[in-house]
Design a protein around this ligand. Structure first.
Ligand code: 0RQ
Length: 501
């Protein structure tokens, strides 16, 4: 049966090339997509061809590109290759787009994932000219069944002058009923409390709305999401997951958390993946997750009966697991809820529910400032993503990383972070394969001792102690976070100049 049963929208079905022709040089284009799922599969490629043709003819053609979060080569990759993107927000993991950002060709606004929609409503990004949104079906009354992510789709459909819809029949038709699209958002000073009191409580509609008069094209596709396969869990990730799970046991014993813990957010990456695997083998039961990304191992926790429910804004599954899920989607209804990213990452809700946030990091300094985004303070890796939304508002947050990178040439624990995403005021627990540093309630000098002793690699530990001791000695009258300003970034300078810290 056709996925497009609305007579008005069925008349707008056309090719990707004709749809892309509605996008013009200088447009602000907002696309669906979050962690490699629910992004349009056909129009971005057709747009990239159009841009390349314009460039070949000597014409200018570039767009501002907004999404939910990361997409895939079919969107970010092809548009980066076309050299047709002048602005990108809010998150990217595509290597070609990253190269454009780091070469200076693409201006990248690396912003908190919960913030972008409201910032567009506030007018910070100017007019939204075109939205390109993938859905799983168009109902006879014109309502849209979202696909494997919601992200910022509601805002894009509400605000864009023109809308292009991709209807992707690879997604299960049974996606109807998996989503909760909150239409109660307002602009200050008219905002109301958001009444989410439990992770999978519904407060909105299962459908996205669109004004049919704005829909200039509908494109049919049948194409899979990005394959999000993780490397198998290695020994270091397993060790970090072990410390983290033991720490949670300790918190339960101390009476700070219920037996089934508090809702878990886990970032993407090998360690977060290992933690979820570790939970599957642990004694914890009736777990809940209030997170952004529904990953393979969360699904596994549901399958094994360990986890009761997951609220997220997107799936991010390996191809193998996605295909299994698609075949059995109906059986997960009621256990998995996808929300707009404004809601999945909302500070108010994260704080109310008391989320446990687990995210990766690039480096932490001895006082607990965490860098999640940049190499040597300058080169963008991915972006802050949702890590700030969750960490800042969490009941308890963890930052995890191997203690060294590049075969030991780089220490992830440094005297001073070369870029700060999560300040020392926000960071609760740091974990490496060497151990765990509980920074809660500790003043900076005590944090320094714990981070160096418990987390730093033994090869770097003495040098870190030595740095702290000399900084202390030299900082009479300024001993809150003692530093040697001429030396604080010397480890990074060594790395730049010699390839080793
Ligand atoms: O580089 O691939 O070239 O070897 O950084 O490092 O150890 O593979 O770790 O995949 O977990 O990523 C912070 C980037 C960690 C990620 C970050 C190099 C290292 C490797 C990756 P190579 P690993 P992970 C939910 C939450 C921000 C967004 C976020 C991230 C590469 O977790 O993007 O949390 N976080 N979102 O070699 C130089 C160092 C380094 C270093 C590692 N100190 N210096 N390079 N690397 N440490 C999801 C969303 O928000 C959507």
């Amino acid at each position: 049966m056709s996925r497009i049963t609305c007579p008005i929208l069925a008349q707008r079905v056309t090719s990707a090339a004709e749809a892309a022709a509605h996008i013009s040089n200088g447009d602000n284009v907002a696309m669906s997509g979050f962690t490699g799922s629910g992004y349009p599969k056909a129009v971005p490629g057709a747009l990239a061809e159009q841009i390349e043709k314009a460039h070949a003819a000597g014409d200018e053609f570039s767009i501002g590109l907004l999404t939910g979060a990361s997409t895939s080569h079919e969107l970010d990759g092809v548009l980066a290759e076309s050299k047709g993107v002048h602005l990108r927000a809010p998150f990217n993991t595509d290597p070609d787009m990253r190269a454009g950002i780091n070469s200076g060709e693409v201006e990248y606004v690396d912003t908190h994932l919960s913030h972008l929609a409201q910032q567009v409503w506030f007018g910070f990004y100017g007019n939204l000219d075109v939205a390109v949104v993938e859905v799983a079906a168009v109902l006879s009354n014109g309502l849209l069944v979202p696909s494997s992510s919601i992200g910022n789709d509601k805002t894009w459909l509400d605000l864009a002058d023109k809308v292009i819809i991709e209807v992707n029949s690879w997604h299960p038709r049974a996606f109807e009923g998996f989503h909760d699209v909150y239409y109660g958002t307002k602009l200050p000073p008219h905002r109301n409390p958001i009444q989410i009191l439990e992770p999978t409580q519904r407060i909105g509609d299962p459908y996205l709305r669109v004004d049919p008069d704005k829909v200039v094209a509908v494109v049919e596709t049948d194409a899979p999401d990005r394959d999000n396969t993780f490397a198998p869990v290695d020994a270091k990730s397993e060790a970090m997951a072990g410390y983290l799970i033991d720490f949670l046991r300790h918190e339960v014993k101390a009476g700070r958390m219920p037996k089934n813990l508090l809702p878990i957010q886990s970032g993407v990456g090998n360690v977060a993946n290992a933690v979820l695997e570790g939970l599957a083998d642990s004694e914890f039961e009736h777990l809940h997750s209030y997170t952004e990304v529904m990953q393979d191992n969360l699904l596994k926790l549901i399958d094994t009966g360990k986890m009761d429910s997951v609220s997220a804004t997107a799936f991010s599954l390996s191809r193998e697991v996605a295909e299994k899920f698609n075949a059995n989607a109906e059986s997960y209804k009621g256990k998995i809820l996808l929300r707009t990213q404004e809601m999945s990452n909302h500070p108010e809700i994260i704080r109310r529910l008391g989320v446990i946030a687990i995210n990766g990091m690039v480096e932490a300094d001895i006082y607990g400032n965490v860098n999640s985004t940049h190499v040597l303070g300058a080169k963008m890796i991915n972006g802050i993503g949702g890590s700030g939304d969750f960490a800042r508002n969490a009941f308890l947050n963890f930052f995890v990383s191997p203690s060294t990178a590049k075969d030991g040439a780089i220490s992830s624990i440094v005297p001073m972070a070369s870029h700060v995403d999560h300040t020392e005021h926000d960071v609760h627990v740091v974990i490496t394969e060497n151990g765990i540093a509980d920074l809660r309630g500790a003043a900076p000098r005590r944090r320094a001792k714990r981070i160096i002793d418990n987390c730093a690699h033994p090869d770097y530990r003495e040098r870190l102690h030595d740095y702290f001791d000399r900084a202390w000695a030299a900082s009479e009258g300024a001993r809150h976070t003692p530093h040697l300003l001429d030396e604080a970034l010397s480890w990074h300078r060594n790395l730049r100049d010699t390839g080793r810290m």
